[in-house]
Ligand binder design. Structure first.
Ligand code: NAG
Ligand code: NAG
Length: 214
């Protein structure tokens, strides 16, 4: 590994070589040199920004995400152009990913605005973790589904289990047994159907009675 205290222009020569390959349409070589620049000095924000601009233009969303993630890990704090952006008061407290986004927006606007960002890349650049966000959304969807499962038609929440140490008599819609959650009363969907049927019958009978009273 090269001495990280090399004069800053040496790092900029490496970035310049990467950019030359980039402009020449030699993507593989450009990527290799950008990677070299950020490996030799991971603290150099100018290199991360140029690398991401390149991947935004010519890389896949996977390559873009990798650059963002590695840059966030490196927490860059050096670079002539980088310092100009991150030392603005508005960016002081921004997350690393957000700093990177602002830098690329400012220094590489053409590449940044060329194509709509991939959704995960966009989330990463907002300083969010798209994987955590997705997992949360999935959990919420699952929880919602569970809730729907234990709601009856009236929207009243029904407990599917009530613990009881002894049999306390028959309860309509419930059965007393030793089940997965221990001894007690468990909701019995079969009985539920039967009860709903009875209620309907009762309802009809009532209407009939009232009709007859008239
Ligand atoms: C890189 O992307 C730009 C802009 O979309 C395009 O004009 C160029 O041909 C691409 N270069 C390569 C080598 O894929
Ligand atoms: C940029 O800022 C850092 C930390 O504030 C400093 O060490 C560095 O010398 C500055 N200049 C360059 C060109 O990196």
């Amino acid at each position: 590994m090269l001495n990280p205290h090399f004069p800053i222009f040496v790092w900029h020569v490496i970035i310049a070589v990467a950019k030359l390959f980039w402009r020449d349409g030699k993507n593989a070589k450009a990527r290799k040199w950008f990677n070299r620049a950020v490996t030799l000095n991971p603290r150099l924000g100018d290199a991360w920004g140029a690398y991401l601009a390149f991947e935004l233009e010519n890389g896949t969303s996977h390559e873009q995400r990798e650059v963002i993630r590695k840059c966030v890990d490196a927490e860059p704090n050096q670079g002539l152009e980088w310092n100009k952006t991150v030392k603005k008061v508005a960016n002081w407290r921004a997350k690393w990913a957000v700093k990177l986004k602002r830098f690329v927006e400012e220094v590489y606007p053409t590449e940044f605005n060329a194509k709509p960002l991939n959704r995960e890349v966009e989330l990463l650049l907002q300083g969010e973790d798209p994987y955590a966000a997705m997992a949360t959304a999935q959990e919420e969807a699952a929880a919602e589904k569970d809730e729907l499962d234990i709601k009856d038609e009236g929207g009243v929440k029904q407990e599917s289990f009530e613990p009881a140490t002894t049999f306390q008599g028959a309860k309509p819609g419930w059965c007393f047994k030793m089940g997965m959650r221990g001894l007690g009363y468990y909701r019995d969907p079969k009985q539920d159907q039967a009860i709903k049927g009875e209620v309907k019958q009762e309802g009809k009978a009532k209407v009939k009675e009232e009709d007859e009273k008239k």
